[in-house]
Design a protein around this ligand. Structure first.
Ligand code: UGA
Ligand code: MN
Length: 238
């Protein structure tokens, strides 16, 4: 079955670096379809060309986060949830636009949410998420320090869901109004209960993803050069 990877992304100086790194990770994974959703008014040439040259199977979508919902320069990163409308747009694409392909065979697949800045290892185990099948192992609790009382105390990168499950629960989506830390739960609550979760990564003994964050480039010198009319060539794509 195909692994559908959903990545929200937005324009910034490191965007091309992030997407390049990610695409090179995904090239190692057989039968992966990358759904990239830009947080922008329209699809940008930068992302379009990167995808076209990537060698990956992909779908390029866009939806701009409403201004009042968007994190502003200087806001602390936790103030508003990020990538919500973009992930929901990808879910809409899977459910509606891809409908023609969703015969019995087309329902097979796994959906994973991969932010553009994390670091991922793909193991073949991820391809085989069952759908409410009887399983030998169950999740009984999470070992987590921050807000363990959350319904599903997991990061976005900590789970995958079967496509079938998403298609059979057409209203399940991310709730941008969910309180901090409950974004993941807002989707999962519409799909599963705790006892239906299947532990992965060798029964949760392996770390396969890191919540890495890229340092923001310092532009002070460039700004100073620009102020003197000596800025770098703006026509060069960064
Ligand atoms: C953490 C989680 O890992 C995210 O999955 C979750 O969406 C986020 O918190 C949240 O609470 O909303 P964090 O590293 O803080 O992630 O967030 P970012 O990496 O800055 O953003 C998550 C994704 O949304 C990225 O793929 C990013 O490119 C995208 N994004 C961010 C946008 O599409 N638009 C934005 O304005 C900002
Ligand atoms: Mn991140």
């Amino acid at each position: 079955p195909t692994i559908f990877v959903i990545t929200p992304t937005y324009a910034r100086l490191v965007q091309k670096a992030e997407l390049t790194r990610l695409s090179q990770t995904f090239l190692h994974v057989p039968q992966l379809h990358w759904i990239v959703v830009e947080d922008s008014q329209h699809k940008t040439p930068l992302v379009g060309q990167l995808l076209a040259k990537s060698g990956l199977s992909y779908t390029h979508l866009h939806v701009a986060t409403a201004k009042e919902r968007k994190l502003q320069e200087g806001d602390p990163s936790w103030l508003k949830p990020r990538g919500v409308e973009q992930r929901n747009e990808a879910l809409r694409w899977l459910r509606e636009d891809r409908k023609a392909q969703t015969d019995a065979r087309g329902q097979q697949g796994v959906v994973y949410f991969a932010d553009d800045d994390n670091t991922y290892i793909f193991s073949d185990e991820e391809r085989t998420i069952r759908h409410r099948a009887a399983i030998p192992f169950q999740v009984v609790r999470f070992h987590v320090g921050w807000r363990p009382s959350r319904p599903f105390p997991m990061d976005m990168a900590g789970f995958a869901v079967s496509l079938k499950l998403l298609l059979s629960n057409p209203d399940a989506r991310f709730d941008g109004n969910a309180p901090m830390g409950l974004l993941e739960s807002s989707l999962l609550q519409g799909l599963v209960t705790m006892d239906q979760l299947e532990p992965r990564a060798d029964n949760c003994t392996k770390v396969l993803v890191w919540h890495t964050r890229t340092e923001k480039p310092k532009m002070k010198r460039e700004d100073a050069l620009q102020a003197q009319g000596l800025g770098s060539d703006a026509a060069v794509e960064v």
